[in-house]
Design a protein around this ligand. Structure first.
Ligand SMILES: Nc1ncnc2c1ncn2[C@@H]1O[C@H](COP(=O)(O)OP(=O)(O)OP(=O)(O)O)[C@@H](O)[C@H]1O
Ligand SMILES: O=P(O)(O)OC[C@H]1O[C@H](OP(=O)(O)OP(=O)(O)O)[C@H](O)[C@@H]1O
Ligand SMILES: [Mg+2]
Length: 282
């Protein structure tokens, strides 16, 4: 059985389960379940703290895991990212009270509070900045007010938490993260069960980002229309019963669908229909 670690709580938990459900895997009904066997798909899921997942996978006890890139890097585990999943995106940044420092290079002699001490210590060391790093579990914004640190490094999404704590962002992001699939470094590359799992997730990503577009058009205008909907490989063009007309079917990016429909209409396409793709293997 393929053994896969999934986040049991936090920002990554619900979207990871949703993606696996869309990929056809059984998912837990009760958030307190820690292990779930999916006999039909020959997979066993272990619901673990996202920060521990790379450690389990790196140790070889589990075959694969879904966690955040930032947590993988901070863990120092012998695991690598093999697929990006497009959710759980975040920016990890430094912040201080106004007037404390204008750039990371001015952090020398200060203390930085963070929940990712490994990532922060490496970032500072790479820049030759000699600052202390103190590890806190969460709510690190308050560390400045309480005098534990002059600087914090934390996830910033809307910036509301920083503003409320009277802090401002310093320098470029330390790291941009998203949910990723991780595997032990040195694990067999083409294990069939692993490639099948990745292909299923890839199918979900494509089904989420593309739609199927169908339309009818007079044969003499089909080349112009196909220029707008080239499909992933090549669109399907079939003759219609009405002489001189063809039907075209092609995948198009979901985010561009409305504009493409407008443009198709202008070149003479009619009966333009868009449908969702529920699953695919490309
Ligand atoms: N707004 C956010 N706050 C925190 N982490 C986020 C956010 N958006 C995405 N993430 C990502 O989620 C992962 C952190 O998940 P984790 O479960 O450890 O923390 P959390 O979502 O803050 O939950 P909690 O604080 O309740 O433990 C990281 O990979 C992080 O990049
Ligand atoms: O920029 P914002 O939109 O305000 O979001 C960022 C905040 O959200 C997260 O905290 P979370 O709610 O996970 O609490 P925690 O600090 O206890 O992890 C993160 O650690 C920041 O504090
Ligand atoms: Mg948090």
């Amino acid at each position: 059985m393929l053994r896969i670690a999934l986040p049991n709580k936090g920002s990554l938990s619900e979207p990871a389960s949703a993606m696996l459900h869309e990929a056809g895997y059984l998912q837990r009904k009760d958030a307190r379940e820690l292990v779930l066997v999916d006999p039909q798909n020959n997979v066993e899921f272990f619901f673990l703290r996202p920060r521990d997942i790379a450690v389990y996978v790196g140790s070889g006890r589990l075959d694969l895991g879904i966690t955040g890139r930032d947590l993988l890097l901070d863990s120092g585990a012998s695991a690598e990212e093999i697929m990006q999943l497009g959710f759980g995106r975040s920016k990890f940044r430094f912040a201080t009270r106004p007037g404390t420092a204008k750039d990371v290079s001015e952090f020398g002699g200060m203390t930085v509070a963070t929940s990712l001490p490994g990532v922060v210590a490496k970032h500072l060391a790479d820049r030759g900045v000699d600052a202390a790093v103190v590890r806190l579990d969460g709510a690190v914004e308050t560390a400045v007010q309480l005098g534990v640190a002059e600087v914090i490094a934390d996830v910033v999404e809307t910036g509301t938490t920083l503003r409320n704590a009277g802090l401002e962002i310093i320098s470029d992001p330390i790291l941009e993260s998203e949910a990723v699939v991780v595997r032990r470094i040195g694990a067999e590359r083409d294990e069939p069960r692993v490639t099948q799992f990745l292909r299923r997730l890839q199918g979900v990503l494509v089904a989420r980002s593309y739609v199927m577009m169908d339309y009818d058009i007079r044969a003499e205008h089909v080349d112009k229309a196909i220029g707008l909907t080239p499909g992933l490989e090549s669109p399907t063009v079939s003759p219609l019963h009405n002489e001189g007309w063809v039907a075209v079917r092609a995948m198009v990016p979901r985010s561009e669908a409305q504009q493409i429909m407008d443009d198709l209409w202008e070149v003479g396409a009619r009966a333009i229909l868009v449908t969702d793709i529920h699953a695919c293997r490309l």
